[in-house]
Design a protein around this ligand. Structure first.
Ligand SMILES: Nc1nc2c(ncn2[C@@H]2O[C@H](COP(=O)(O)OP(=O)(O)OP(=O)(O)O)[C@@H](O)[C@H]2O)c(=O)[nH]1
Ligand SMILES: [Mg+2]
Length: 452
């Protein structure tokens, strides 16, 4: 898959090719007949170019993945990649290694920070009330300090030396990150880039060595009774995929570690700006060029979406239903489901998108189920849920009807809305949904512009 970014291509309408009369006209010596012949030829060329561009546009399908941060947009893009351009995923595979490391170090940091906070509460009869347990955790912390100390450097190298606002030491993805982290580093003519790449490789090697030396301590921390206790109680809150990586720490810390497809899908890496991914897709023997626009979902990122709206064939909007008990990182007063509903309403009402096909994926259903099974009460966070039964069917139906209501209210164009419940890490189920969604989008595209 060609992974290119970011700047908006002007729609190629062919305007501007035609010579104006005031531009170079026929030479003084040319006869009127010759001039007419040349002018006719130019007109014919322009007409052909228009027709060629019109045909080319029929083969272009532009799909935007929208939704709040951490809703699963980049994960869906990876699933598309797995489905339609899996060889490109193989090429990128090793460049995910340092990002998996970064996810693990972040999880370890959060565990210690949450334990420290719990210690200050002095709650009797809980694991942290025991001096022995505190001592065990303190010595694990000392042994893991060398690994924790590498987080900021690793994040900065992965992000090409740029940090996100707020000074958080967290990796994010921008154009060209693969070449920064690829083991066989792309030698470019750009000396600065080559230097950055070489630095990123050195940091990755150092992190790999430190992780191999501390792997048993990471595992001991994850399995520690205090960590088990506070995780079960949801008082240690980690990124959705952190537990997966910590469970697989022995495999990941091996020297020849190569990320599996599952690992790549689990990675959490923020998107900054708009990333363009293109691949071919065929239907009924015809090949179409798909471009997916994977955007950064945090509030500060949303204005960057707008220039891409006017020629979008379809919007796939992702709303994670498991987020009912979470608040926006960028605005801790706003519940994440409320934010998703508002954002979805704004997308439905946007006049620039009035011709776009609308798909809504209610995502992270696996985590929703886990939370409900663990007894988390929806009404504690969404008061309007009231006394309804706190089970999976009722909760998913409740949220689904809210999204449908927003669509009915906001979509003046009265478009059909395609809705699916998804658990984006389930490869088989997601691939079949991608097939359905892809086909529906192509059918709508063909209905709008005709067969290519
Ligand atoms: N368990 C589970 N995890 C998911 C699901 N969908 C995505 N994730 C995980 O959630 C995290 C966030 O997913 P991303 O795809 O990076 O989110 P995003 O919408 O691209 O976020 P931004 O780039 O910040 O806008 C990743 O660690 C994914 O592996 C899901 O359905 N279930
Ligand atoms: Mg993303």
């Amino acid at each position: 898959m060609a992974t290119t970014l970011t700047s908006k291509h002007p729609t190629s309408s062919g305007r501007g090719h035609r010579r104006s009369n005031s531009e170079a006209g026929p030479p003084m010596s040319m006869s009127k007949e010759d001039a007419a012949r040349i002018s006719g030829r130019i007109d014919e060329e322009i007409r052909r170019e228009h027709a060629r561009q019109k045909e080319a546009r029929k083969r272009e399908v532009k799909v935007m993945l929208l939704g709040q941060a951490d809703s699963g947009k980049s994960t869906l893009q990876k699933q598309f990649q797995l489905c339609y351009a899996s060889r490109s995923l193989d090429v990128e595979r090793l460049s995910w290694v340092p990002i998996v490391y970064a996810n693990i170090i972040k999880a370890v940091r959060i565990i210690f920070a949450e334990l420290e906070y719990e210690t200050t509460l002095h709650i009797p009869n809980e694991p942290l009330a025991s001096a022995d347990i505190q001592h065990e955790l303190a010595s694990l912390r000392v042994r893991l300090l060398p690994l924790l100390a590498l987080e900021a450097t690793l994040a900065s190298e992965l992000s090409g030396g740029v940090s996100i606002t707020g000074g958080r030491s967290e990796a994010f993805v921008r154009l060209g990150w693969q070449s920064l982290t690829a083991p066989s580093w792309a030698v470019g003519t750009d000396a600065k880039k080559a230097e950055a790449t070489s630095r990123a490789r050195m940091t990755t090697t150092l992190v790999a060595r430190t992780m191999a030396e501390t792997v048993d301590d990471i595992e001991a921390l994850w399995m520690h009774e205090a960590v088990r206790f506070y995780t079960r109680q949801r008082r240690i809150r980690l990124d959705d995929s952190a537990s997966f990586f910590l469970r697989h720490i022995q495999r990941i810390a091996e020297p020849e570690y190569s990320p599996t497809n599952d690992d790549i899908l689990h990675v959490r890496l923020r998107t900054l700006g708009v990333m363009e991914h293109s691949f071919p897709m065929s239907m009924a023997g015809r090949s179409y060029n798909w471009t997916l626009y994977d955007v950064g979902g945090a509030r500060g990122q949303r204005p960057t979406w707008i220039p891409y709206f006017d020629d979008a064939t379809a919007i796939i909007f992702l709303a994670p239903l498991s987020a009912f008990d979470q608040y926006l990182e960028e605005d801790p007063k706003t519940n994440r489901i409320d934010d998703s509903l508002q954002l979805f309403g704004a997308i439905c009402a946007n006049p620039l998108l009035k011709d776009a096909h609308l798909v809504l994926l209610l995502n992270k259903m696996d985590i929703l189920r886990e939370k409900l099974d663990a007894g988390t009460q929806v009404r504690k966070f969404i008061t309007s849920f009231g006394t309804r039964p706190n089970n999976f069917e009722t909760v998913s139906d409740y949220f689904r009807s809210h999204f449908l209501q927003v669509h009915r209210k906001k979509d003046d164009a009265n478009r059909r809305l395609y809705i699916h419940f998804t658990s984006m890490l389930d490869i088989k189920a997601t691939q079949s949904i991608i097939g359905l969604v892809g086909e529906a989008i192509l059918r709508k595209h063909v209905a709008d512009v005709g067969l290519a």
